[in-house]
Design a protein around this ligand. Sequence first.
Ligand code: ARG
Length: 580
Amino acid sequence: MKEQLEQLLAEAIGQLKAQGTIPAEHSVNIQLDRPRDKSHGDFATNLALMLAKPAKSNPRQLAEAIVAAIPENSLLSKMDIAGPGFINFTISQDQLKGQLTAMLNSDSLNVDVAEESKTIVIDYSSPNLAKEMHVGHLRSAIIGDAVSRVCEFLGHKVIRQNHVGDWGTQFGMLLAYMEALDNQSAEYELSNLETFYKAAKQRFDESEEFADRARQLVVKLQSGDEYCLKLWNQFIDVSLSHCQDVYDRLGVKLTRDDVMAESAYNDKLPGVIEHLREKGLLTEDQGAQCVFLEEYKGKEGEPLPIIVQKKGGGYLYATTDLAAIEYRQKQLGGDHLMYFVDARQSLHFDQIFTLARKAGFVEGDIQLDHYGFGTVMGKDGKPYKSRDGGVTKLADLLDEAERRALELLQQKTTDLSEEQQKRVAEVVGISSVKYADLSKNRTSDYIFDWNHMLTFEGNTAPYLLYAYTRVNSIFDRLGDTAFDRDADIILDDERELALANQLVRFNEVLHQVQDKAMPHFLCGFLFDLAGRFSSFYEACPILNQEDEALRNSRLKLSMLTANVLKQGLELLGIPTLEKM
Ligand code: ARG
């Protein structure tokens, strides 16, 4: 609907330009808002205020001219000019009903899928494998996953890339430690990567001999020594299966097939350096190979290097990312490369993107985006830590979420068996953690607070999951009783209209989520939808509505609400429950 209205406005502007009311050369950016206050219609624009100056007209007069120039259409039932020259638009009920019907009759809720499907390569999760996944790994995994799902739903080909860090110097230390253990105890110790890492690190710090061996092993590993590769493979395998457990519990769609580790690019790295040299971009600085880009200067204006090869010949994070970016366009056919990585790496990605274009690692009008995110904070305003002050392992965090969810559910009366309740608690617990994250603006830090996420009040997973079961219960009670799915939709009550107006926004919101890579728009939308449904449900009898036509219409509105809630939550990576 938004696009249709934009189209009408574009036509009106075209006409006013042709008449000379607006200077033809003035580029016009049509901006439509969704007014909070219903009396301002469904959409509003400040176009007349923006264009008054170039048009040398007063805004109200210009607003009138715009309104007059809008072509005949069936989209709008009303256009009002308000205040100094805002234009408010009201969508006609016929249009609304048509859209609701189309949504009800479509498996994909009649969203506009891309006319030209793009290949979108999405880099997310991508932890370093030396350690166990911890709370710092949460955001990339769940935000990246939600955006991937939305892009797929909107008709694009999504290729997930889990760019795990499996090739740093710390692996020497880990291999040396593995080597020092006999097989049996190695297996045992590897079952807890966190303590394994700590023990290895302690040895490394304490024993000169051990540290030497560790350094030796990295060099051997990197030169392809078979024995080292065997140890390393064993470690990586354990580490990846640990990640997979976490993804499975989180309902993150990544699998082993999506792993494209740093080490996979090893063969390509000498070529990256060669290529940069040929392009004349390489500078040697204190023995290291660097690229200095005009665009990036330090605080004092000093040139800022991108180091691509260390003095000893070793390659760096940036080198691998250059190889990866090329692979993603040239081998995977990516039209848009998305990176969900901590905001603290934004300079790195800025530099890599600029350099990749300049050096021709990518070509044409490929879109490159780093979507940074803020930090998960504790209540003390510092990055979230476990009670003992260490990093919080994700596995432990999720255990705690499930335990707390069970406590929450036990406070409610239920006809679920103990076993069923436990299963529900797993969904509610994990969903609460995910939803608390997804519902915040991606770019800000947020405070991780169990009490805020595990409650039935407010914009939370329990609230939405419960709202869904409530809609669902209508159809449970309806049982096999048929209702007329072709009945007309009636929107006479203001609550019906408010619900309908929200339902039809689904398409627009999903496109917004994709464009900005911000799932919180979808969360806000679903929360609002659940609220409107609740007002409707309280004020408008459904099952005991005697008027047959009204009953059918309300059942249809409820059904569509259920479908949108379910689909919306699924796109966030949150499964719905039939009962709670
Ligand atoms: N492993 C990196 C880290 O933990 C993140 C990798 C992100 N992806 C990339 N292509 N650089 O910081």
